[in-house]
Ligand binder design. Structure first.
Ligand SMILES: C[S@@+](CC[C@H](N)C(=O)[O-])C[C@H]1O[C@@H](n2cnc3c(N)ncnc32)[C@H](O)[C@@H]1O
Length: 326
């Protein structure tokens, strides 16, 4: 299958890393190859791509064709759809084509008399992106809607609550499939656990604050996420007693600002936590650790895989490290 992603533009490295993390989550993706990459367009071929899990893409398509000649592309699109369709277009970079939707729709229709144009309740949404004097076409794939879960729409929210898009991206960086055991040992209001649960993973959480845990349960229940009550407990993340148990650890460490922390200094807490995380994780699995940028910590025996930065506001940048237990 060929996939086209038009990635979000607010972070340079994270959207592509999320896509690659998702591709690597599925072992059957041995035949992965890149087709095109420029101006936030990322096109590749792989056996399986779970569109519903991807968060940092503006457009996601099953890719059909690209080139300079719209007629040739329309012919290929027309041969692959049936029933009704509409065209939605995007121009990227400095390229503009104001009449693209109408023109492309007319040419597609010309090549297949059995299909009809419908602007609402259509069966296929044909996407056409224009950049670098090239047209890219594909069939739109449904995307997850995040609005319902943005912090202001959650029953319980605190200033440190993470946006669902970022939470989902972090899980996808951990290269896990449905059914995997995923731990957030500093779970706070549960943004990461909600997304992991909705993606079909078995969730485990801990937080030192009963207030936060109460809010976390409220959020999980509100979004219909199933969890074992035994798996969500109040307590110190450094004292979780399990060995080689989790398929992923995805967590947002305390910043010592508005989140509740013990009196230990943050570096010490981060360093100690790395030892615990290493013990908890199964071999060959990933830990995705978000920390306050500028506070360094030791990766212990973990192998460093990748790093990203996300600016939250003037005074706070989050550092995301992806680490592997080999
Ligand atoms: C940055 S917040 C996590 C926010 C979370 N991602 C969310 O979306 O709400 C860090 C959390 O770590 C918790 N915490 C601090 N020290 C802890 C410890 N030693 N063990 C477990 N949790 C701890 C705090 O109560 C806080 O909820």
């Amino acid at each position: 299958m060929n996939i086209l992603l038009y990635l979000l533009g607010d972070n340079i490295t994270l959207p592509k890393a999320e896509a690659k993390g998702l591709i690597e989550s599925y072992l059957e993706n041995k035949n992965f190859s890149e087709i095109y990459e420029k101006n936030r367009l990322y096109i590749f071929s792989c056996e399986k791509f779970p569109f519903e899990r991807m968060s940092m893409a503006k457009v996601m398509c099953e890719f059909i064709a690209h080139g300079e000649n719209l007629e040739d592309i329309a012919k290929k699109v027309a041969s692959q759809i049936s029933g009704s369709f509409r065209v939605t277009s995007y121009s990227t970079g400095n390229f503009k084509d104001a009449t693209l939707e109408r023109r492309f729709g007319e040419i597609i229709k010309k090549h297949n008399e059995n299909i009809t144009v419908k602007l609402e309740n259509y069966e296929n949404e044909v996407m056409c992106l224009y950049t670098e004097n090239l047209y890219f076409a594909g069939i739109n794939k449904n995307r997850e809607k995040f609005l319902q879960r943005i912090p202001s729409n959650r029953p319980f929210t605190v200033p440190v609550t993470m946006h669902p898009k970022l939470a989902r991206t972090l899980i996808n960086l951990a290269r896990v499939k449905e059914g995997a055991r995923i731990l957030d040992p500093f779970c706070g209001s549960g943004a990461i656990l909600v997304e992991a649960g909705l993606m079909g993973m078995k969730i485990f959480g801990k937080d030192i604050s009963e207030y936060m845990l109460h809010g976390c349960r409220k959020n999980l229940d509100f979004y219909g996420v199933q969890y074992g009550t035994e798996n969500l407990k109040e307590g110190d993340a450094l004292k979780i007693r399990k060995k080689d148990f989790f398929d992923a650890i995805v967590t947002d460490l305390p910043y010592g600002r508005s989140s509740f922390t013990t009196n230990r200094n943050l570096t010490q807490l981060y360093n100690k936590f790395m030892l615990t995380a290493y013990k908890l994780l199964k071999e060959g699995k990933f830990a995705v650790i978000v920390s306050k940028d500028g506070i360094d910590y030791d990766f212990y025996k973990f192998k460093f895989a990748e790093e990203h930065k996300v600016r939250v506001h003037g005074g706070l940048t989050r550092r995301i490290c992806v680490l592997k237990k080999e």
